[in-house]
Design a protein around this ligand. Structure first.
Ligand code: GUN
Length: 298
C-alpha cells in the first residue's frame, strides 16, 4: 500500500494554521494581537521541548507568547498567584500550564484556577462540563480536538462506526470519547474506552473501525489487534531505550507502526501525525479566546 494510507498530520496542521492566520489578521485590523502565556514548573525535559515548539509556532503565526518558568519547588500558592495575575492581564487571552506538574502541586486546583475564558487547554471543569454537554461555547482539549480534525480532514466517517479508545486519561482518552459520542456531525460514533483493567483488550480493538491509542505503552497495539481497513490513530509518545540511537533512547508511539501500516485503511505516522495537530488546535483555541474576550469588551 506504500505510503498512500498515511494521515499527514503536518500537512493538515498547516491547513489549520492558514485558517488561524486569517483570523489573526482580522484581529490585527482591530488593533488586537492574541497573547498566550505558558507556565512551566520545573525542568521536565519533554515539557521543555513541547513548550518550546508551541512558543515557536505562536511566534510564526503572530501570537504574542510569554513563558513563565517556575522552580520545581515552587509552592502551589505561588503558582496560583501567578495564574490569577495572568487571568486579569488584558494582553493575555490564553493560559497554558504545562502538565505534568510536580507531585506536591494538586493539578486539579491549578486547572480550576485558570479563568475558563482563557483556558485554551480545555482543562477547567466548566470547559470539561461543556464538552460533555456538547456546548460548543467552551474550549475542547487540544489533542482530542486535533484527532477529530484529522479524521474529518482525511475523510474518515465517524457516523455510526465503532471507535475504540485505549486510555482513559483526562487529557486524551476521556475527552476523546466525549467528542466522538456526541450527537452531531463528525461524531455520532459508538465509543468504547479500554484501560488497564479492561478484559480482552485485543477483542475490543479488533471490532474497531477507528482505533485511537492513547494509553502511553510503547508499541502496545500489535497487528493481530487491528481489523483490516481500520483507521488507526497513534497518540502515544514513549521514550524507550535503544543502544543504537543517539543518547541511548528513542521515541515510539503506542502502535507497532511497521506491522500495522499494511493492514490499516488509514494510519497516522508518529511523529508527524497527532503531535502537530495538538499545536494547531492550541493556536486555534487561543485565537478563539482572543476573539471572544475582545468582543465582550466592545
Ligand atoms: N501535557 C501533555 N499534553 C498536554 C496538553 O495538551 N496541555 C498541557 N498543558 N500539558 C500537556
Amino acid at each position: 500500500m506504500g505510503t498512500s494510507n498515511l494521515i499527514d498530520g503536518r500537512a493538515i496542521a498547516e491547513q489549520i494554521h492558514a485558517e488561524t492566520a486569517q483570523r489573526i489578521e482580522k484581529l490585527k485590523q482591530r488593533g488586537i494581537q492574541p497573547g498566550l502565556a505558558f507556565v512551566r514548573v520545573g525542568e521536565d525535559p519533554a515539557s521543555k521541548v513541547y513548550v518550546g515548539m508551541k512558543e515557536r509556532t505562536s511566534t510564526r503565526l503572530g501570537i504574542r507568547s510569554l513563558t513563565r518558568v517556575l522552580d520545581e519547588k515552587t509552592s502551589e500558592a505561588d503558582l496560583l498567584t501567578l495564574i490569577r495575575e495572568l487571568n486579569v492581564d488584558p494582553a493575555i487571552h490564553g493560559i497554558l500550564v504545562q502538565a505534568p506538574l510536580p507531585s506536591h502541586i494538586q493539578a486539579s486546583r491549578v486547572y480550576s484556577t485558570v479563568s475558563p475564558e482563557k483556558d485554551v487547554d480545555g482543562f477547567h471543569p466548566v470547559n470539561v462540563g461543556k464538552l460533555m454537554l456538547g456546548d460548543s461555547s467552551g474550549f475542547a482539549p487540544c489533542t482530542p480536538a486535533g484527532v477529530q480534525q484529522l479524521l474529518i480532514r482525511s475523510g474518515v466517517n465517524t457516523e455510526g462506526v465503532e471507535v475504540v479508545i485505549l486510555g482513559r486519561g483526562d487529557i486524551v482518552g476521556k475527552p476523546m470519547a466525549a467528542i466522538l459520542c456526541q450527537k452531531g456531525k463528525h461524531a455520532n460514533s459508538t465509543v468504547t474506552i479500554c484501560h488497564s483493567r479492561t478484559r480482552n483488550i485485543a477483542e475490543h480493538c479488533r471490532r474497531a473501525d477507528i482505533l485511537i491509542a492513547a494509553m502511553g505503552v510503547a508499541e502496545f497495539v500489535k497487528a493481530d489487534m487491528v481489523k483490516h481497513g481500520a483507521t488507526v490513530i497513534d497518540v502515544g509518545v514513549n521514550r524507550v531505550n535503544d543502544p543504537a540511537a543517539k543518547g541511548g533512547s528513542k521515541l515510539v508511539g503506542d502502535v507497532d507502526f511497521a506491522a500495522i501500516q499494511p493492514i490499516a485503511g488509514k494510519i497516522t505516522p508518529n511523529p508527524g501525525g497527532v503531535g502537530p495537530m495538538t499545536i494547531a488546535m492550541l493556536m486555534q483555541n487561543t485565537v478563539l479566546a482572543a476573539e471572544q474576550l475582545t468582543e465582550k469588551a466592545v
